[in-house]
Write a protein of this length. Structure first.
Length: 377
């Protein structure tokens, strides 16, 4: 347990980033905000997009608005000041945060939940031509523009996903479903490209077999052990010399930290903020980090939304305890969790304890879980 003493009235806490953890924390604090706190949220957009609903939107099952959690009403009910801009720097010693609009905000405590960016090593042409999956809202908007162009016969219906992790496979299946249901005269194509030797690197073998079967059933072409060496607006070229048609390129290549974190002086692990069980920075306890921004050195976990959501309750509790000058609680990540993977069509695969199942009711279960989360907004 950690005790932080010396809190003064109107202690300022900055929540930097509109990620899942901060959204859940604000929901918990809404109508229950302790006195003596001056709470602020810094977010580049007035809405945040929920990752669980992205594949269904890409597949065409629900509109863009279904993904969106509006931040102004949430902040209003939680007594929080919203700053619609992004953070560009943080000085933990001076306790200040630089913003994209040129302002500098001071704080007593800060929490970082700014997510991550796509990890694209090479080539530069792929970085220019591709659309990173994160931030989710930007990706959804780019996909919508592509679908509109295809429907208007302004571009060809060929899409590529670079990266064959869970997110990449979900997107490839969702894209194939959407394009195949547009009633196009030209046959759409979707390919997934993985530079490593297997799909779902580091994943479960049972889940991998199920997903390979689904990709084949859907007609998604799979390239393994194939790096992308060049890309433009119409195709990508692979290391083998093969050219794959691609009017839309999705980059699902894993997570990389925001570069400006390296200038903060915070203790980092591979660029992510190292935190202890209380979600405090191990080098600067007045700075918290959560979601994809944090490295849980005490109990490493993958970058998955389920952990970010669970951390929201812990962060809200920490804020309450800071206000009451009480010892902080500890976040204990679950050892395993139910993974529900969309298959483009109205089906899903579930995996837990190393066992993957493809059953009819799993799509309804995933939909219920995701929309129940959104109802809380």
């Amino acid at each position: 347990m950690v005790v932080l003493s010396g809190l003064q009235r109107m202690t300022r806490i900055l929540l930097i980033g509109g990620g899942h953890t901060h959204v859940v924390a604000l929901r918990r604090l809404a109508g229950n905000m302790p006195t003596g706190l001056d709470l602020h949220l810094v977010s580049p957009e007035p809405t945040t997009s929920y990752s669980g609903l992205l594949p269904g939107h890409i597949a065409g099952h629900w509109p863009r608005t279904a993904l969106e959690i509006p931040l102004p009403p949430l902040c209003h009910t939680a007594g929080t000041t919203l700053h619609t801009t992004h953070a560009t720097s943080l000085d933990p010693a001076a306790r200040t945060v630089g913003l994209g609009d040129g302002r500098v905000l001071s704080f007593d405590y800060a929490s970082l939940d700014i997510g991550a960016i796509a990890a694209v090593d090479a080539p530069d042409s792929l970085k220019s031509a591709g659309v990173p999956v994160k931030p989710l809202g930007h990706f959804a908007d780019k996909w919508a523009a592509f679908v509109s162009q295809v429907q208007a016969h302004a571009c060809l219906p060929h899409a590529v996903v670079v990266g064959a992790g869970t997110a990449g496979i979900e997107l490839a299946l969702s894209m194939q479903h959407r394009l195949s249901n547009l009633g196009l005269s030209e046959q759409p194509t979707v390919a997934i490209i993985e530079r490593g030797p297997t799909l779902l690197p580091g994943g479960n073998a049972s889940m991998r077999r199920h997903l390979e079967t689904e990709l084949k059933r859907a007609g998604v072409t799979v390239f393994k052990a194939e790096p992308v060496v060049d890309a433009d607006g119409t195709s990508v070229q692979l290391g083998s010399g093969q050219v794959v048609l691609a009017s839309f390129i999705a980059l699902a290549t894993g997570a990389r930290p925001h570069p400006w974190l390296s200038d903060t002086g915070l203790d980092l692990h591979d660029g992510f903020v190292s935190v202890g069980p209380t979600l405090q920075s191990i080098s600067h306890p007045h700075v918290f980090a959560c979601g994809d921004t944090a490295h849980l050195g005490f109990s490493p976990r993958p970058k998955a939304g389920v952990f970010a959501v669970r951390q929201g309750a812990t962060l809200a509790e920490q804020i309450m305890r800071l206000a009451g000058n009480r010892p902080l609680t500890e976040y204990r990540p679950q050892a395993d969790y139910l993974k529900l993977v969309s298959l483009g069509r109205r089906r899903a695969i579930a995996e837990k304890w190393g066992i993957a199942l493809n059953l009819p009711g799993l799509w309804a279960l995933k939909r219920q879980i995701d929309f129940d989360f959104m109802k809380e907004k």
